[in-house]
Structures are given as structure tokens and as C-alpha cells.
Design a protein around this ligand. Structure first.
Ligand code: F3S
Length: 388
């Protein structure tokens, strides 16, 4: 892989061990993905923030790395394991909180944005169409490539961090035009029009298994932001694809149908029953538009189960100013900012054996991480069944 003189110098350690480590990571990823060179990025999004995902070793690495490294492009970070303001009242224990706060401090020292979100595109300004970026968090990377016209590979926590401190990423895969064409066409042939997070989550979970290359969807003319978020997240959960395209731009490739049959099979695989003891929304975290919809549905009603909604703090603030959070809180909903719905001790701490959600990615991970049964329901049915 070709490196400029400056890149060679940094790799050799002339500009410090932290930067040399970052270049070694980029070089390894570049070789693996057959990159010919590095390309500059205008933004990075780093995962690996919850202590539940990186553990003590990850936290120690970040502490050492952050003593000598600074980000050189605007950098957002994924949710952590708790609400940074009200973790105590949500039942997070002191030891976990201390470790989590240490990780947060390491990222702050490097100069990342105080973001803690897996939907950075909804909470912060997005780069111009066509920009090269380095985004970890598969749902965000897929959303960025497919909906925002960004160019990123599905980065890991380490490779995105390396990009954040160097401003570079390997010029390979989805950074190149020729790799951004659909390799499989999924033809949606359900009897009714798909709508909402559940339908598009099921479609994405099904389609994500078909290929690691971009997926084309026929029969889907447009998507709301919530639907696109659910589709991207589910594709990222079941497979390695980093992008989807809609309609006209799909060439002549293998075609696979998604009918009522595939919808039901996928739902049955992810959903464990009909009734749950708690409600968990927000994997990926909840958008302002989704809060507006939920506020409309629960106005004047009360949740009959504990209901947690995971969202980015800036989105919570926007929705609060518009009055949506008040309506949801009056119905008994509890907002959790900064945190991931799956990699947090909060859901396990509810002491329930089953949760209901409209998120396929959430259903996939919550049963694995929290050991709970997961029930899938679309938002309207969920509100009908769990409010009075
Ligand atoms: Fe976001 Fe955590 Fe789900 S990072 S996409 S809420 S697994």
C-alpha cells in the first residue's frame, strides 16, 4: 500500500507512539481490504464506548492511547453503558459507573464530541454528499452510505479511532464507485405495503444474510428516517453488507423475493412470544420523528409496563422543546440518554424475563446480552397492547 512521506514518518514513530499505532492499524486494515493508498476523511464515528463491549482491557488501552492522541477530524462516539446524568436512579452500580466514566474521560481527553449516540446523523451536522468518512457502528455506516451519500466502510472501533487521530482511512471497498453497486436484488412482494420500523427491520434482517456487498431493494420507493434506520440496523446485524440502494439503480443481478412467508419466518426467528414484562425502544436510538409519533399515540394514555426509551441527549432536548417528551413521560415513559439499549446493565437490572420492542437489532442483541425473551411488535400494536 502506498504511503506518503508524512505517513511513512508517522508510521515509523517520528510523531509519537500513539500515531504510529494508529497508522499500523490503518495499514493492517488497508492490506486486508486491498487498499492501494489512504484517503482523507472529514468525519469519524467511533464505537467501543460501553464498558460492556470493551471491558477492562479496552478501557486500559484507551487510557494509555488518549494520554498521547488527539482527534484531528470531527469525531462522534457511540452510546456508552449508562445515562451519564441519572445512572444512579436507573440502578447502575458504582463500580460499573466508575469504569464507564473512565472510558468517557479517555474519549473526552482525545477531543471527541460529547455525543454518545449511534445515530450521529440525527443529532449532529452531517458531512456533504460524497464525503469520505470513517464510521464504525454498522447501522450508522450503512445509513450514511445509503441515505446520506457518504462513503465509508463498516469500520471497527479501532480502525475508526485510528482514522479519528490520523484523518485517514484505507481507500478501499465502499470508498470506490465500482463497489457501491447492488450485488443482490431483494424484490419486496408482500401483500401489504411495508411500513414502520418492524417491517423494515425484518426486511433488513432477511436481506443482510444474502451478501456482504450492497443490497438493492425493488418495491421500496421511499423510506422515512425511522424506516431507513431500522433497515440499516437490521442489515448490519445479520450480515456484513455496508450499503443498500433503492429502485432504479439496481443492475441485472440475482433476485430474491421477500414475501409474507419470509416476513413471518424472520419475525418468528426473532420474536419469542406475545406478551412481555417491559418495553424497550431505541436500538438504534430513538429519532425525534419517532418520539413525535409515539407522543401522538400515547397522548392521554398510561403505559401498563415499565417503558424505557434510549435516545441521544441532543435529540431528547429537541423533542423536549417541542413538547413530545412531556407527553411520553406523562404516560410513564422513561428516557435514557447517552446509553445503548443492549450493552447496558440498565435493562438487565429491570429484573424482567421478557421485553417487547419494535427493533429487530434490539431483539437480536437483548436476548443474547440480557438473557431475556424478546417480543417484536410494531409501534401502534405495542401501544395498543401495553397502554390503557
Ligand atoms: Fe445503538 Fe446499541 Fe443498538 S449502539 S444500534 S442501541 S446495539
Amino acid at each position: 500500500m502506498y504511503l506518503t512521506r508524512e505517513e511513512e514518518k508517522a508510521l515509523s514513530g517520528e510523531r509519537g507512539e500513539a500515531l504510529a499505532t494508529a497508522y499500523r492499524i490503518l495499514l493492517a486494515v488497508g492490506k486486508l481490504t486491498k487498499a492501494t493508498r489512504l484517503v482523507s476523511v472529514v468525519s469519524a464515528h467511533v464505537s467501543g464506548v460501553s464498558h460492556l463491549t470493551i471491558g477492562d482491557y479496552g478501557a486500559e488501552f484507551l487510557e494509555r492511547f488518549s494520554a498521547a492522541a488527539k482527534v484531528v477530524v470531527p469525531t462522534t462516539v457511540n452510546p456508552c453503558g449508562m445515562d451519564l446524568k441519572k445512572w444512579r436512579e436507573l440502578g447502575v452500580n458504582e463500580e460499573f459507573a466508575r469504569k464507564q466514566l473512565g472510558i468517557v474521560e479517555s474519549y473526552r481527553r482525545m477531543g471527541v464530541r460529547d455525543s454518545y449516540t449511534c445515530i450521529p446523523y440525527a443529532a449532529f451536522p452531517t458531512p456533504p454528499v460524497g464525503s469520505h468518512v470513517s464510521w464504525a457502528e454498522s447501522s450508522a455506516a450503512i445509513y450514511g452510505n445509503s441515505m446520506l451519500g457518504l462513503r465509508t466502510n463498516r469500520e471497527s472501533a479501532l480502525s475508526a479511532l485510528a482514522s479519528a487521530v490520523t484523518g485517514k482511512t484505507p481507500y478501499s471497498d465502499l470508498h470506490l464507485d465500482e463497489n457501491r453497486r447492488a450485488a443482490v436484488r431483494v424484490r419486496v412482494k408482500t401483500r401489504r405495503r411495508l411500513q414502520g420500523s418492524l417491517d423494515f427491520g425484518l426486511l433488513g434482517y432477511f436481506a443482510g444474510r444474502l451478501t456482504d456487498r450492497p443490497i438493492g431493494f425493488d418495491g421500496v420507493a421511499s423510506l422515512t428516517p425511522g424506516e431507513a434506520k431500522a433497515l440499516a440496523a437490521a442489515i448490519g446485524t445479520s450480515g456484513g453488507s455496508g450499503m443498500f440502494v433503492l429502485g432504479g439503480s439496481i443492475g441485472s443481478v440475482e433476485t430474491v423475493d421477500f414475501t409474507e412467508h419470509e416476513w413471518s419466518l424472520t419475525r418468528d426467528e426473532l420474536s419469542d412470544g406475545e406478551v412481555a414484562e417491559a418495553i424497550v425502544l431505541g436500538c438504534p436510538q430513538v429519532l425525534r420523528e419517532e418520539m413525535a409519533e409515539l407522543a401522538g399515540l400515547v397522548q392521554g394514555r398510561r403505559f401498563r409496563r415499565r417503558c424505557l426509551l434510549f435516545c441521544p441527549r441532543p435529540v431528547y432536548e429537541q423533542a423536549r422543546r417541542q413538547g413530545f417528551t412531556r407527553v411520553i413521560e406523562e404516560a410513564g415513559g422513561e428516557f435514557v440518554c447517552d446509553a445503548c439499549a443492549d450493552f447496558t446493565p440498565i435493562v438487565g437490572g429491570l429484573g424482567v424475563k421478557s421485553v417487547v420492542t419494535d427493533a429487530c437489532k434490539g431483539a437480536h442483541y437483548m436476548k443474547r446480552v440480557h438473557g431475556v425473551k424478546t417480543v417484536l411488535a410494531d409501534l401502534k400494536s405495542l401501544v395498543r397492547a401495553y397502554t390503557a
